[in-house]
Design a protein around this ligand. Structure first.
Ligand code: SAH
Length: 356
């Protein structure tokens, strides 16, 4: 029988477990602190527990681990990319970005993805599996341990669709923001979704304070469908309604993400349509010049066109930024590093990799 994943328990669940195995309640606070503050990787490290209790815990539980396989440090800005191996051999990637206001970690929520967005490297091999809460947490813990620096912001924008792994994702948010653990403020956590409407509404009802980012990428149902197969399932008007519902319930302004693809969604007409969608909403728009991947021939618009696009929106009162490119000399695009390693295992030559 496989052991229980102790790092995936919320504080309340851990308390119940500790009561069930006949231990005193204060032990749960100690164990939770070892796991989520001191970031212990073994029960032997938990020196304020008796040897007997440590043995008991070892028998029934395991502490999820991720193993670092690759680490790339950008030479152009303070960005580092990590490739981690999970206990079953699946690979995931995470990114550390250092800003003036603190350190931000971008994590994966699934190994692979089944959403099929055309320009995204993470989706090419399909979904392998969803990650447990502990595996999402461990990416942050490992990076914090390695760099010795505190992580203040978390974005769930790596490989995977968090709302396709709903229960684990919500549990992860609870553990990450729990005052007994790392205690990262929910306001410093952003999760990006391709627009799974029922789960966006469920999330709105959870009573969380995280920022929701919606991958819009097209300003009409037709255009969105060309880039995102999920749009067949959930049409643009209902996705926008779900965004409004999220704002209404949480008071948190939605971030819209729009990957600019040359000749596909970067024309002035697209900007006009975007304005008509966003003008009536309290939101922020993040333009992401598409990061080309070798499997598709999407191109990013040149800088001048991207700026014109942005200016047009700005003049019409839209709160907009072009996402600052980070780590362009490392496998920056979502899923590229993982893809490179998977491709290498399949015997493809490394030189083929498309970097910016
Ligand atoms: N499944 C989530 C998280 C995806 S990654 C979602 O769909 O929102 C975070 C953002 O990066 C998404 O908006 C995604 O569409 C975008 N993205 C993925 N690959 C990209 C690429 N090659 N270039 C530009 N943006 C990309």
């Amino acid at each position: 029988m496989s052991k229980k994943d102790i790092c995936s328990y919320s504080f309340e669940e851990l308390k119940e477990e500790i009561a069930r195995i006949g231990e005193k309640d204060f032990r749960s606070t100690q164990i939770y602190e070892w796991l989520h503050v001191k970031l212990a990787e073994s029960f032997d490290e938990m020196t304020n527990l008796s040897k007997e209790l440590r043995e008991k815990l070892k028998e029934e539980y395991e502490i999820a681990k991720v193993k670092m396989i690759d680490h790339q440090i950008s030479k152009v800005d303070p960005t580092e990319k990590f490739l981690f191996e999970l206990c079953d051999g699946n690979m995931i990637e995470s990114v550390l970005m250092k800003y003036n206001y603190g350190n931000s970690v971008c994590i994966s929520s699934q190994a692979g993805c089944r959403m099929g967005c055309r320009f995204c490297a993470s989706t090419i091999g399909g979904l392998e599996r969803s990650l447990a809460p502990s595996e999402m947490l461990r990416q942050i813990y490992q990076i914090q341990k390695m760099t010795g620096e505190r992580v203040s912001n978390v974005v769930v924008m790596g490989t995977g669709e968090p709302l396709d792994n709903y229960d684990n994702f919500v549990k992860f948010i609870h553990i990450l923001s729990d005052e007994h653990g790392l205690h990262i403020s929910q306001r410093n956590i952003t999760a990006s979704t391709c627009g799974i409407v029922p789960n966006m509404k469920r999330l709105a009802d959870e009573g969380l304070q995280i920022t929701l980012a919606l991958s819009l990428h097209g300003s009409t149902q037709e255009k969105r469908k060309r880039l995102m197969p999920v749009a067949d399932r959930y049409e643009l008007p209902e996705v926008l309604d779900a965004c409004d519902y999220y704002f209404e319930k949480t008071g948190r302004r939605i971030t819209f993400e729009y990957s600019l693809v040359e000749g596909v969604n970067d024309q002035m007409e697209d900007a006009r349509e975007l304005i008509s969608i966003l003008r009536k909403r309290n939101c922020h728009l993040n333009l992401i010049p598409v990061n080309p991947i070798k499997e598709r021939d999407f191109k990013k618009p040149d800088r001048k066109n991207a700026l014109e696009f942005k200016n047009k929106l700005e003049k019409n009162g839209i709160n907009v930024t072009i996402r600052r490119e980070r780590g362009s000399d490392i496998d920056g695009a979502c899923g590229q590093l993982r893809r490179r390693h998977t491709a290498a295992n399949e015997g493809e030559p490394d030189e083929d990799i498309c970097n910016d």
